[in-house]
Ligand binder design. Structure first.
Ligand code: BES
Ligand code: ZN
Length: 650
C-alpha cells in the first residue's frame, strides 16, 4: 500500500439581510492588516550561529508554480465573472495589481489551467493597452505557463478569459444532482493548486493577495465566497465580495446554488441547501464556543465572521478551511456531534494555515500538523481530556499503520522531500497526526503554559505571512528553546522533522474507555457471545476503535453476529459505516454489499471512497466495483473522478 494522500486519511432573503447586518458588527473585530511582506519571511538572524540554517531562495522556492513571484509580486486580484450553468463556464475578467521586486522584470508569469484566454491588457499611466502574451503547453499537474510581456510603467494587467466545463477545481452539479432538484449548484475546491483552473494567478502559497469579486448568477441563486459579502443581501443574481486580508490563492472559494442560511450566533452561521440547514446548525451549535476557546489560547480570530457551508455529498473532503467560510461535507451531520472535530479543525486553520501559511507544500505540516494540534486542544477545551485522548489514540493508530505501510520512507518525515511528485503527496497522516504529535512532544517538554504562550506569539509574529519549516525552527530556537535549553536536544528535534518515521518520544495516548473496549473485544473474540457485549454507553469513537481493532481474519461468522445485533451495515454515521465496510470487504461478508453500493452512490468524500474502491479491487471485486463506479462517477467531483480512475488503472 502506498502512503495515502489526504483523501485517504486519512437563507432566506430576510435572514440573509439580518445576517449581513450582524456581519457589519462583527467586522469591527477584524484586526487591521498593515502591510504585505515583500518576501516569504525569514526569521531575524542572531549573532550566534543558528542551530538550523535558513534555506536559500532556490531551496525555499515553490516548484509547483510557473510564476516569477521572486521578481514580480501580485498583490490584489479583482474578479468579474458571470456564472453560466448552460455552458458550465465562468467568464469575464481577472485584473491583477502587482509590484515589481526586480527592476529587470519585463514579464509577469502566471499559472493557468484549462483557461481560454481572450485578451490580455496592461495598464500604463491610466490607459489599457493590448499586451503580448504566450500560453505554454498543458502539464497534467502544473497546467500552463501564461507569460505576459510588461510594458515599461505597467502596474496592472487585465485578462479576459473563460474557464473550462472540465475545470478540475470546479464541480458543476445539475438540478437533479442536488437535494432540492430544482436548481443547479457549483462549488470550487482549490487547495493545493487548482485556483489556476478558475483564474490566471500566481498560484502558490508563497504569494498572498487581497481580492474583490463581482459574480453574476441566475437570479434565483445566491453566490457566496471566502470573503465579506456586500451588504444588499438581495437575491438578485448580482453579488460583490471583498477579502481585505491577504490570503494565498488556494483559499479563494466560490459556491453558487439555492442556498439557505441559519444563524448559530451573531458571528457564526450555516449555509446549506434547505433540507439540511437546520440539522447542520444544530450539529454545529458549539462552533461559537470553539471560536472562544481558540481565541483564549492563541489570540484573536482575525477574519470577521465565521460561517460553515455544508455542501452536497459529492464534496471530496471532510472540510476545507476557506477563510470566513469553511466548506464542509454533509457526512458530518451525524445527529450526535460525534464528528465535529472536523469543524474544530477547519476553524483552527484560521490561525494555522490561513494566518500563518506554509510557503511551499513541502512544509504542509506547518498547516496541517499545527491545525490538528489546535483542533485537539479545542476538543479538549470543549469536551474534556478523555475525548481528546480518544481522538489522538485513533490518530496515532492510523499514523503508525501508514508509516509501517509507506513505500517511500522520505515521505514519513515532517519536512517533505524536494522531489515531491504532486503537492497532494504532502497531505498524509504524517503531516496531520505526525505534526500534532511533534507539537505534543514540545508541549510536554516545555510545559503547557509556556508552550501555549509560545504558539500564541508565533501566530502573531508570522500573521499574514508564508513561512518554511526552517523559519519555524529558527523562531522556535530564539523564542522557546533559548529560554530552556535543557528541555530538548537538537538531535531530538531533527529526528522529528528530518528523519523518516517517528521517534519513540512520540506520545502514547491513554484512553480508559478504549482499554475497556479492547477488553470486551478480546473476550468476544476469545469465544464470548455477542449478547455479552455491553455497548449501550459507547460513543461513535468507541465504535471506531472497536471496528478498527478487528483482526484481519475476523471471518464472516463474527461479522454476521455483530451485524445481526447492531445493524452496522446500515449505520448512518459515515465514519462507522465506512470502517465497517473496510472489514466486510476482505472478509467477503455479502450482506454489507447492498448498503455499500448505496453508500458509494451517495457519498463522494475521498477519505471514504478511495480506500473502499481500493479494497474492492484488491479483494477480487473489481467487476462489481466497476459497475458501481460507472453509475456513481457522474456524481463525483472531478478530483475524485481522477483519483478513482487512477485506482482502477492500477
Ligand atoms: N486543508 C484540508 C483539506 C485539503 C488538503 C484539501 C489538501 C486539498 C488538499 C482540510 O483542512 C482537511 O484537512 N480536511 C480533513 C479533515 C481533518 C479533520 C483531517 C478532511 O477533509 O478529511
Ligand atoms: Zn486541514
Amino acid at each position: 500500500m502506498t502512503l495515502p494522500r489526504v483523501l485517504m486519511l486519512a437563507a432566506s432573503v430576510a435572514v440573509l439581510a439580518a445576517c449581513s447586518k450582524k456581519a457589519e458588527e462583527a467586522e469591527t473585530r477584524e484586526v487591521e492588516v498593515s502591510s504585505i511582506p515583500d518576501e516569504a519571511n525569514g526569521a531575524p538572524g542572531g549573532e550566534q550561529e543558528a542551530a538550523w540554517s535558513q534555506l536559500t531562495t532556490e531551496e525555499s522556492r515553490d516548484p509547483f508554480t510557473y510564476s516569477n513571484y521572486e521578481d514580480v509580486r501580485v498583490t490584489h486580484v479583482d474578479l468579474d465573472l458571470a456564472v453560466d450553468f448552460g455552458t458550465k463556464t465562468l467568464s469575464g475578467t481577472a485584473t491583477l495589481d502587482f509590484r515589481r521586486l526586480s527592476d529587470e522584470a519585463g514579464a509577469l508569469v502566471l499559472d493557468a489551467n484549462d483557461l481560454t484566454i481572450e485578451t490580455v491588457e496592461a495598464h500604463v499611466s491610466g490607459d489599457w493597452l493590448t499586451a503580448a502574451y504566450t500560453l505554454g503547453a498543458d502539464d497534467p499537474v502544473m497546467g500552463s505557463r501564461l507569460e505576459i510581456a510588461l510594458p515599461a510603467g505597467a502596474d496592472r494587467v487585465r485578462v479576459a478569459y473563460a474557464t473550462s466545463p472540465e475545470a478540475e477545481g470546479i464541480q458543476w452539479l445539475s438540478a437533479e444532482q442536488t437535494a432540492g432538484k430544482e436548481h443547479p449548484f457549483l462549488f470550487t475546491q482549490f487547495q493545493p493548486l487548482l485556483a489556476r483552473t478558475m483564474a490566471p494567478l500566481q498560484d502558490t502559497p508563497a504569494v498572498r493577495i487581497t481580492y474583490d469579486a463581482r459574480i453574476t448568477t441566475p437570479p434565483a441563486l445566491i453566490a457566496i465566497m471566502s470573503a465579506r459579502q456586500d451588504e444588499s443581501g438581495e437575491r438578485d443574481g448580482d453579488y460583490s465580495f471583498k477579502m481585505s486580508q491577504p490570503i494565498p490563492s488556494y483559499l479563494l472559494a466560490l459556491a453558487v446554488g439555492d442556498i439557505e442560511f441559519e444563524a448559530i450566533s451573531a458571528n457564526v452561521g450555516v449555509y446549506a441547501e434547505d433540507y439540511i440547514v437546520e440539522p447542520a446548525a444544530a450539529e454545529f451549535e458549539d462552533t461559537p464556543k470553539m471560536v472562544d476557546a481558540i481565541e483564549a489560547l492563541y489570540g484573536p480570530y482575525r477574519w470577521g465572521r465565521y460561517d460553515l457551508l455544508v455542501l452536497p455529498p459529492s464534496f471530496p473532503f471532510g472540510g476545507m478551511e476557506n477563510p470566513r467560510l469553511s466548506f464542509m461535507t454533509p457526512t458530518l451531520v451525524a445527529g450526535d456531534k460525534s464528528l465535529t472535530n472536523v469543524v474544530a479543525h477547519e476553524l483552527a486553520h484560521s490561525w494555522s494555515g490561513n494566518l500563518v501559511t506554509n510557503a511551499t507544500w513541502r512544509d504542509a505540516w506547518l498547516n496541517e500538523g499545527f491545525t490538528t494540534y489546535v483542533e485537539n486542544r479545542t476538543m479538549e477545551a470543549l469536551y474534556g481530556p478523555e475525548r481528546a485522548a480518544m481522538e489522538r489514540a485513533l490518530d496515532k493508530k492510523s499514523l503508525m499503520d501508514d508509516v509501517a505501510a509507506a513505500e517511500r520512507p522520505e515521505l514519513t518525515a515532517l519536512k517533505m522531500p524536494a522531489d515531491l511528485a504532486h503537492p497532494d503527496d504532502a497531505f498524509s497522516d504524517v503531516s496531520y497526526a505526525g505534526g500534532m504529535f511533534f507539537l505534543k512532544f514540545l508541549e510536554t517538554r516545555f510545559g503547557r503554559a509556556v508552550f501555549d504562550e509560545f504558539l500564541k506569539a508565533y501566530f502573531a509574529h508570522y500573521a499574514f505571512q508564508s513561512i518554511t519549516t526552517e523559519d519555524f525552527l529558527s523562531y522556535f530556537e530564539d523564542n522557546l528553546w533559548a529560554e530552556n535549553p535543557e528541555a530538548v536536544t537538537k538531535e531530538e528535534i531533527d529526528a522529528w522533522i528530518y528523519k523518516p518515521g517517528f521517534p519513540d518520544t512520540i506520545e502514547n495516548p491513554q484512553s480508559d474507555a478504549f482499554e475497556k473496549v479492547q477488553d470486551q473485544l478480546d473476550a468476544w473474540l476469545g469465544g464470548g457471545d455477542v449478547a455479552g457485549l455491553e455497548t449501550g454507553a459507547w460513543t461513535a469513537h468507541e465504535w471506531l476503535y472497536f471496528i478498527g481493532a478487528f483482526p484481519d481474519n475476523i471471518g464472516v461468522e463474527k461479522l454476521t453476529a455483530l451485524d445481526g445485533r447492531f445493524g452496522l451495515s446500515q449505520s448512518q454515521n459515515a465514519e462507522i459505516a465506512s470502517a465497517w465496510y473496510l472489514k466486510a470487504i476482505p472478509a467477503g461478508y455479502e450482506p454489507a454489499f447492498a448498503p455499500l453500493e448505496g453508500f458509494l452512490m451517495r457519498v463522494g468524500r475521498g477519505k471514504f471512497i478511495y480506500p473502499l474502491y481500493t479494497s474492492l479491487i484488491k479483494n477480487g471485486r473489481r467487476e462489481w466495483a466497476d459497475s458501481v463506479y460507472q453509475r456513481a462517477r457522474p456524481g463525483y467531483h472531478p478530483i475524485a473522478q481522477k483519483r478513482i480512475d487512477e485506482v482502477f488503472a492500477g
